[in-house]
Design a binder for this molecule. Structure first.
Ligand SMILES: *[C@@H]1O[C@H](CO)[C@@H](O)[C@H](O)[C@H]1NC(C)=O
Ligand SMILES: *[C@@H]1O[C@H](CO)[C@@H](O)[C@H](O)[C@H]1NC(C)=O
Length: 494
């Protein structure tokens, strides 16, 4: 009486709840439980069967050759709770395709060639809770398309080519909690597009071509937990764009074209945990930017155009653990940038244009365990610069033009004494002087760290090309030339 797990093709049965992978017509089963059956149709299937076995509640068409989902395709199978088309070459869905599916909760049409879906087709499945239409070729969404889906909690429309969405399209989705519109071709959104989505918690709009976001658009959405706007071309954020601050946990703004942020922009978000701002073109930050965001433990500002920061800009972030300022335009840093973030563990300053740092620059961030200074223009560091950093585990110093001369002895000695913090980083090599260029710093001996000295003026030079009273010619350096052109003597200065 029980249905066998293996039935004659074109279908195969599995107890409901099974996960399966299907490749061509090979079925792989993983687990089982439960009261209904799943049935999967492989690529050899060319049409939707009229009648399924009565206890089948979930049906999958995987790479099946189904060009059209015809009207009434499932009328004889009202027990179905889930229908999925995956990577089928489907180009059209007829009006009435899903009629009779009174129990359907879950509909997925994924990876097909569909460019549009007729308005009204989902009105036949009012109990739908999840509608997944990702990875198709939909170009636009029309008003009415989702009307009647008052129980829908999840709508996935990402990875299509959606360029336009008519106003009102989502207006009946009173239960919608998650709306995924990422990776489409939206260049703008209407201010009232989401105005009826009071229950919405997750809104993903990333990787579209939005240049701006209307100021009122999030106002009707008091329950948002996640807003994803990264990977657009947003140049500016309206000052009151995020009016609801108490539930938001994740705000992604990276990979846009932001050059500035309004003052006090990230204040009062009591649950905000993730904020991404990297890969924009921020040239500065307002003095007051953060505040009342106790959960914010990481600030990602890498790949911007920052060359200086207001003193204490991060100080309201008393729980900050990770600060990424790499790939900016800093030439130097002030210790005041790091005021008030004494719990900081990771400080990333790689790939800036740092030339000099003051000895006190890290005096406020004494808990730092990982410090990245690679890819800068540093030739040396002042004595005792690492003194406050008692917890260091790793320091990246590679890819700087280190000048391994007599003034480098502090850093050389520090590296020798703290070789553990360098073990997992690329080797630190000298760039100057020329005769040590390419040599790994810790492979040197201290007496190799020498400075060129000018010969005393009383000592005659052994070369006729270096007269002491030089005629002013542009080819004659007036300051100390490099060691290769001054081979007379070297002295070690301690
Ligand atoms: C949609 O955007 C993608 C990626 O930006 C692009 O390759 C494609 O040409 C766009 N399609 C249309 C119809 O604009
Ligand atoms: C940011 O820096 C890049 C080069 O790193 C430059 O092309 C761009 O114009 C800069 N933007 C601003 C706003 O300064």
């Amino acid at each position: 009486m029980n249905m066998s797990k293996r039935t004659p093709f074109p279908g195969a049965f599995f107890p409901k709840g099974l996960f399966f992978l299907l490749s061509l017509s090979l079925l792989i089963l993983y687990s089982s439980d439960a009261d209904g059956y799943q049935m999967a149709f492989p690529s050899s299937t060319t049409e939707i069967p009229h009648t399924l076995m009565p206890r089948v509640t979930e049906v999958f068409f995987v790479e099946s050759k189904i060009p059209t989902i015809p009207k009434g395709a499932f009328v004889a199978n009202p027990q179905l709770e889930k229908v999925e088309f995956l990577s089928t070459p489907t180009v059209s869905v007829e009006a009435g395709a899903f009629e009779g599916l009174d129990s359907l909760k879950d509909l997925e049409i994924v990876g097909t060639l569909l460019t549009s879906i007729p308005v009204g087709v989902f009105a036949e499945v009012p109990h739908l809770e999840s509608l997944v239409l990702k990875s198709n070729q939909l170009g636009g969404l029309q008003r009415g398309l989702f009307d009647g889906l008052i129980k829908l909690t999840q709508l996935q429309l990402h990875m299509n080519s959606i360029q336009s969405i008519e106003d009102g399209t989502f207006d009946e989705l009173k239960s919608l909690e998650s709306l995924h519109l990422a990776k489409n071709n939206l260049t703008s959104i209407s201010p009232s597009l989401f105005s009826q989505l009071n229950a919405l918690q997750t809104l993903r709009l990333y990787e579209n071509q939005l240049t701006s976001v209307p100021e009122e658009v999030f106002l009707p959405l008091p329950n948002l937990v996640e807003i994803a706007l990264q990977g657009n071309q947003i140049t500016q954020l309206a000052p009151r764009l995020f009016p609801h601050k108490d539930k938001l946990r994740k705000l992604s703004l990276d990979n846009n074209l932001l050059t500035a942020l309004p003052p006090e922009y990230f204040t009062g978000f009591s649950l905000l945990k993730t904020l991404t701002l990297h890969a924009n073109q921020l040239t500065g930050l307002p003095a007051l930017l953060f505040g009342g965001t106790p959960k914010l433990t990481e600030v990602r500002l890498h790949q911007n155009n920052l060359s200086s920061l207001p003193s204490g800009v991060f100080s309201p972030l008393t729980n900050l653990k990770e600060l990424d300022l790499s790939k900016n335009h800093f030439e130097t840093l002030s210790s005041e940038y790091f005021d008030g973030i004494a719990k900081l563990k990771k400080l990333y300053l790689s790939n800036n244009k740092l030339r000099t740092l003051n000895a006190n620059v890290f005096e406020k961030v004494t808990s730092v365990t990982i410090l990245k200074l690679s890819g800068n223009m540093l030739e040396n560091l002042p004595e005792d610069i690492f003194e406050p950093l008692k917890a260091l585990i790793r320091v990246d110093l590679n890819d700087n033009p280190w000048r391994c001369d007599c003034n480098f002895i502090y850093l050389y000695q520090w590296m020798k004494d703290n070789s553990k913090v360098l073990t997992h980083t690329p080797p630190v090599v000298c760039t100057f002087p020329n005769d040590l260029s390419g040599r790994e710093v810790i492979s040197l001996t201290e007496d190799q760290l020498v400075c060129p000295t000018l010969a005393p003026t009383t000592t005659p030079l052994h070369t006729t090309t270096m007269p002491t009273t030089a005629p002013s010619t542009t080819t004659m350096p007036t300051t100390a030339p490099s060691t290769t052109t001054m081979p007379t003597t070297t002295t070690k200065i301690l």
